[in-house]
Design a protein around this ligand. Structure first.
Ligand code: G3P
Length: 217
């Protein structure tokens, strides 16, 4: 299972990269805005910086919602770096754009996926990644991880190559449940990844080892 960081924050990306567990990054307009990034040149610059740190796919989302706009923006984004994955919404125009980019061998991430039907169309259009939003489904009392499992099953059954990228991950438990469901990738906030490390027996065990090591100095 691959770990992507779901952020445009350079410090957090560096930290995850230094841990040696980072396989890629995803961003979206909300995450870019949260970093105070403004205007096209700052956006492009931020993607260049992220690509220089990360050794893996970097999802860059188009702002346009119409087909022509998505193609124009997607081509500009893809030209930044071969690591760029063009992130497109799961709408009719978005699916057409996924098909267009997959025909040009440009990686795509079909985002805002909330149903098995949307995931099926994304795969048929040749998306590299499909992004079911786990947390947002949980928010409305639906089963986010259940959707991930359903997509994994259907893709395996029909042999689709599209990778299931569990998104809108809010906590460590989401990561573990998505792993059990067979997701190819989880894109996560850094604290959710760090939560995987936490265990009280590791902490108390280490305290004992440190104390005993002191005795031998
Ligand atoms: O990966 C998509 C993500 O950024 C959305 O997360 O927490 O806003 O639902 P959230």
């Amino acid at each position: 299972m691959k770990f992507f960081l779901d952020t445009a924050n350079i410090e957090q990306i560096r930290q995850a990269q230094e841990m040696g567990i980072l396989d890629g990054v995803t961003t979206n307009p909300s995450l870019m805005a949260k970093e105070g990034i403004k205007g096209k040149s700052e956006i492009m610059e931020r993607y260049r910086t992220i690509c220089s740190i990360v050794d893996g796919p970097v999802s860059a989302e188009v702002f346009a919602t119409d087909y022509d706009g998505m193609i124009r923006e997607g081509e500009e984004l893809a030209a930044i770096d071969p690591k760029i994955t063009v992130k497109l919404p799961c709408t009719k125009d978005g699916i057409k754009a996924v098909k267009y980019f997959s025909g040009k061998n440009i990686k795509t991430n079909c985002t805002l996926v909330f149903s098995i039907g949307q995931a099926l169309l994304a795969a048929k259009a040749g998306a590299t990644f499909v992004s079911p939003f786990v947390g947002r489904l949980d928010d409305i009392c639906e089963d986010g991880v259940g959707l991930v499992a359903h997509i994994v099953n259907i893709y395996n059954y029909y042999g689709f190559q599209t990778q299931v990228l569990a998104a809108s991950i809010r906590n460590t438990n989401h990561i573990i449940r998505c792993m059990d469901a067979g997701a190819d990738v989880a894109t996560c906030p850094l604290p959710a990844i760090e939560g995987l490390l936490k265990h009280p027996l590791t902490e108390s065990g280490l305290e004992t080892f440190v104390r005993d090591a002191e005795k031998m100095k």
